[in-house]
Design a protein around this ligand. Structure first.
Ligand SMILES: [Zn+2]
Ligand SMILES: [Zn+2]
Length: 104
């Protein structure tokens, strides 16, 4: 898979759904838009800035492992792996979350 474009959109003109956490990207909110290519397939991946940051910490092997899964917003854990919608890393100080393998 090749990333052919990476745009940081300052304000969404249309409502989208985050491809990482499945939560809404509201109109007027920033998001990250990525164009990916795999063989002949080209698709657009959209995510909250914090979700894009979380995704960027995974290598392509890990990303393939989680493809199709709904992840925790802003983190690299599958959704529901912690309390409710949030994983164990959420709300932790950055240092602690980092030590636990998450993304602050
Ligand atoms: Zn998201
Ligand atoms: Zn997490």
């Amino acid at each position: 898979m090749t990333n052919i474009a990476h745009d940081e959109v300052k304000a969404a003109r249309k409502a989208h759904v985050c491809d990482w956490c499945n939560e809404a990207i509201e109109i007027g909110k920033p998001y990250v838009r990525q164009r990916n290519k795999d063989g002949r397939d080209v698709w657009t991946w959209r995510a909250h800035p914090e979700c894009s940051k979380a995704a960027s910490t995974l290598d392509s092997f890990d990303l393939e492992m989680v493809a199709g899964e709904t992840m925790t917003r802003g983190c690299t854990c599958p959704k529901g792996s912690g309390d409710g919608d949030y994983c164990d890393h959420r709300g932790m100080p950055a240092e602690k979350a980092k030590a636990a393998g998450g993304v602050a």
